[in-house]
Design a protein around this ligand. Sequence first.
Ligand code: ATP
Ligand code: MG
Length: 562
Amino acid sequence: MSDTQNSALAAPGKTNFIRQIIEQDLASGKHARILTRFPPEPNGYLHIGHAKSIVLNFGLALDYPGHCNLRFDDTNPLKENLEFVAAIEADVRWLGYDWGERTFFASDYFQQLHDFAVDLIRKGLAYVCDLDAEQTRAYRGTLTEPGQDSPYRDRPIAENLDLFARMRAGEFPDGARTLRAKIDMASPNINLRDPVLYRIKHGVTHHQTGSQWCLYPMYDYTHPISDALEGITHSLCTLEFEDHRPLYDWVIDNLDLPCKPRQIEFSRLNLEYTVMSKRLLTQLVGEGHVEGWDDPRLPTLAGLRRRGYTPAAIRAFCDRIGITKSDNLVEMSLLENTIREDLDATSDRRLAVLHPLKVVIEDYPAEREESIELANHPKDAARGVRALGFGPELYIDRADFAEDPPKGFKRLVPGGEVRLRGAYVIRCDQVIKDAAGEIVELRCRHDAATLGRNPEGRKVKGVIHWVPAASAVTAEVRLYDRLFAVPHPGAAGRDFLNDINPDSLRTLTGCLVEPALLAAAPGDRFQFEREGYFVVDRDSRRDRLVFNRTVGLRDTWTSQSH
Ligand code: ATP
Ligand code: MG
C-alpha cells in the first residue's frame, strides 16, 4: 500500500463473514495461504462498485498470508480493448494496491480451456449443438417450466469431437453451432440447463490473442477454470452469481484441475444519485452527456480522482460500508462525508473568492501593502503558514454582502462591520452601483487596531474571506454536483437520462484566488475557506488555473427536499 498513514479515517472493525471463513480455513489447515483475485472485464473503466471488490480482495491478501491476482476476464473481444486494460491497471494502482507480476488474462488460458472442453466431450459431458440462439432459448424453458433436451444432445462422442475440431478450424459461421455442457434440462436452476460453453465468433481481433481464435469460451466456463489454474482459494463475487455457483462447482468437479476454489458471494455496492452499470456509464460517455470516463461527476475511479477524491477516502468508504449478503443502497452522503473528513484533516486552507465584489478601504494608505500571515491549517500547526499581501483594494464574495440582509445575516451590510479573515475589521460606508442598479463596489473603512485583536467596546461576529486586488490571480472554478437529481435514476421505467441533474456542473470563470495557489500542481487539494474542498484540475496551467469542487463543507443535500 502506498499511503496507509491516514489515521484520520477510522474504519469500523473489519470483520465480516468472508474473513470468518478465511480464518477458519487457515486455522483448520485447509489453506496455509490464501489467494484471491480481482477479475474485471476490460470493457469500461472501474467504478466505486469495483472499488468495493478491489478493497475486499486486495485487503484480504494484505491482512492474511497470501496474494491477490489481477485477472482480466477478457472473453468477449467485441467490447474489450487495451485502453480499458491500461486504465484498470492505473486505477487499481492508484487505489494503493500492488500486485507485482500477478497480471493474468483469461485469454492466457484459451488453449487450456479448449483442451478441457475436449476432455468434457470425451467424458460425455459436453456436446455440439446445432440449435440457433433463438431455438436454444426456446428449449431452455422458464423459471416455472422445465426445458427440453436439444435434438443434438445425444450426439456420439466421436461426432462431437469432430465437430468441435471443425468449429475451431473455422468451418462454421457465427451462431451455427455451440458447445454445450450436458447437465440437466429439467434442473430448477436454469444455469444448469445445458449451458453454452463455447460460441463461434469470426472476424474479431482480440486485444491479446489477435485473430488466433474464432471460438470464444463463456464466462461461466472460463471463470472457474481460470481460478483453479491460478490456485485461487476464495473466489469472491457479487450475489447475482449465487445461482451460478452450482455450475462453477460442476465445471471444477468434472475436470482434472490443480485445486478446488470456493466461490463466495457478497452484495454489490449500489449508491444513490448515480448509476454503476457499465452499459449506462458507456452510454453517458458515448453520447456525450459527460466529458469522458474521467468526468468528475461519474462514479468511475478516474472521475472520482479528477473530482479530488483520495484513495484513502475510497478505501475507508469501502471499509465503512462493510461486506454482507444483503442488498443495499448506500447514501451518497456517506461517500461525501468520508472525503470531507479526509480532506478536513489533510488539506491546506486557501482564500478564494468565487463571485468577486470589489472593496475599497478608503482610510488605508494607497501605497501601503502589509504582509498578513495565515495558518495553512487551523488544527495542524505543522502545516505551516503563508503570507498574503493586504492593501487598500480587495475582493470579497458577493454573497457576503447584503443591502437588505435576511434575519440573522452576520456578514457585511451597509453601516455594519465584519472581520476580514486574518486581517482587519472593516465597516461598509457606501454602496456603489452601476447604471443598471447592480452593486459594483463597496467603500469601506478599517479599524487599524483590530489586526489580531478584538475591536474595543463592541462585538463583531462575522468573518468573511477575501483576496487582495493587487496580487489575486484569476481562476476558473468548476462547481460539480451530483450527476442525477434523484436517488434512483431511471427507476419505475423512466429513461435515466431524464433524471440528470441540470445543475451538475456550473463553471465560474472570473474567480479570484490568493497567489499562493499559483504554485499548486494538478491533483493538489485545498479547502477554500467557507466554500468547500477543491482540487487542481488536470487542465490547469499557471496562466489558467482550474479548480474542481470535490465537495462542499457541509452536507447540504440531506437537508434539502431533493
Ligand atoms: P457490469 O455488469 O455493469 O458490466 P460487472 O460487474 O460485470 O459490471 P466486471 O468488470 O465484470 O463488471 O467486474 C469485476 C469485478 O468487480 C467482479 O468481481 C464484480 O463482481 C465486481 N463488481 C462490479 N460491480 C460491483 C459493485 N457494484 N459492487 C461490488 N462489486 C462489484
Ligand atoms: Mg462481469
